[in-house]
Ligand binder design. Sequence first.
Ligand code: NAG
Ligand code: NAG
Ligand code: NAG
Ligand code: NAG
Ligand code: NAG
Ligand code: NAG
Length: 428
Amino acid sequence: MTYTLPALLYGPKMISRKKGLFLLFLAFSTGTLLLRQSAHLSWFPKSPSFSCGPLLTSSRPKHTAVAFLKTHKTASTTVQNLLFRFAERHNVTVALPHHACDHQFCYPRNFSARFVHPYTLPPRVIASHLRFNHEELHRLMPNDTVYITILREPVAMFESLFSYYNQYCPAFKRVPNGSMEAFLDNPYHYYRPHEKFAMYAHNTLVYDLGGDPEHNPEDPSYLPRFIRQVEGIFSLVMLAEYFDESLVLLRHLLAWDLEDILYVKLNMRSPESKLNITSARVAAQIRVWNALDAGLYDHFNATFWRKLSQVGQDCVRKEVEALHQACDRLAHHCFGGQPQLRPATQIKNKELRPWQPSAKVDIVGYDLPGSGPPSDELCLKLVMPEVQYSRYLLRKQSMKNRRRSAAHRSIPPRGLLRPPRHPIPKVA
Ligand SMILES: *[C@@H]1O[C@H](CO)[C@@H](O)[C@H](O)[C@H]1NC(C)=O
Ligand SMILES: *[C@@H]1O[C@H](CO)[C@@H](O)[C@H](O)[C@H]1NC(C)=O
Ligand SMILES: *[C@@H]1O[C@H](CO)[C@@H](O)[C@H](O)[C@H]1NC(C)=O
Ligand SMILES: *[C@@H]1O[C@H](CO)[C@@H](O)[C@H](O)[C@H]1NC(C)=O
Ligand SMILES: *[C@@H]1O[C@H](CO)[C@@H](O)[C@H](O)[C@H]1NC(C)=O
Ligand SMILES: *[C@@H]1O[C@H](CO)[C@@H](O)[C@H](O)[C@H]1NC(C)=O
């Protein structure tokens, strides 16, 4: 019996849920093969007209070893999705968390190579949440790994953290009426440095990057030293405010194609869930409270603009324009226009419903048009939320790994890890 891809994805209702998931997985794998064989997709321009001088990338091979430090509330889910899709298309292994670590690498603990699922070794891409620990990543990743991350302007970022984690972070829960103003008027009244989830309330960027969020901001030597460390490791620090420009820099750094940086924005809140900071006083308080993050951001914002001018403002402008057009074409191809953001409860396909941090925040997502099948696998992946995509990749890579080890009787490639304590997830 043969099934078409759509039939597999949205097949007869009688397919049980478990069986359905397995078929979904099979369909994905088949789809991936099909995609690899079609050199060009119809919506993609045949000859992109870039003329960015010395940075024209076609002469270099694409770089495929990337460690992305996924920071919190910084558009990093969109970057992760793009890296997952890149890895699949280029057949490179993505490091994924061990089951015991959830879909993050046991964040907020310091990253350890032990947190990596053995069936995702040796990886060339890593892009899930972790607290940065260079030594352990260095042990895990190939020696040609390029390190990248993304930062966000601290005022907008704090507002986002405050609303997203209002039910998780005790510092935020203690505040009467959930008032951010009340919190900022006297943060130490609510905040306890070493309690659970404290890192979402104070200098979260510095924490994620492995620094000390509690360090006295008056110490003139700490931040410059920390920044030098970050600069010594990360080849590119992207900025959420200049997302498309960041992707253009990424493309140049890694010698990727325009096709490799296409995206749809993921893991966003509904407008009603946002606090809309309009007061200069509140903004200033946020910067004072997160002084280390603010200093970090300002530094990397300055270097970002220097990098842009090295590539050439005109070149960047042209590429950003080309990126918009290609994203629009892709959106048209997948959704018949710009995709409609919906609350999770209105998304028919469960695999596309984003995780909701609490009843007080709406994380919106996308559905594919109509009740029919998606036109192709790419469209589905493009809007697949983090948790589902991570789970899917783990199943896919586990199967590949099992096939490989059955053929060669050799597991795992590096003596880094103990054998898995948990059974491999069943797919059927
Ligand atoms: C993907 O990589 C595996 C080895 O990791 C190799 O056996 C396989 O042929 C590759 N497939 C493609 C399509 O490149
Ligand atoms: C985690 O890393 C930080 C920063 O490097 C360090 O100060 C701290 O001691 C580490 N924690 C543990 C439990 O190893
Ligand atoms: C990277 O590792 C390979 C072998 O694993 C080695 O041949 C190569 O010299 C290393 N390169 C650098 C820059 O250390
Ligand atoms: C909380 O809200 C109530 C009613 O809206 C108000 O009376 C009270 O003063 C508020 N408390 C604080 C600390 O803002
Ligand atoms: C914030 O602004 C958006 C649009 O500007 C609006 O839709 C939303 O309701 C506002 N949020 C709050 C909490 O007022
Ligand atoms: C980043 O730096 C540029 C150039 O100095 C400046 O115009 C811009 O306002 C800064 N952006 C933010 C969000 O601070």
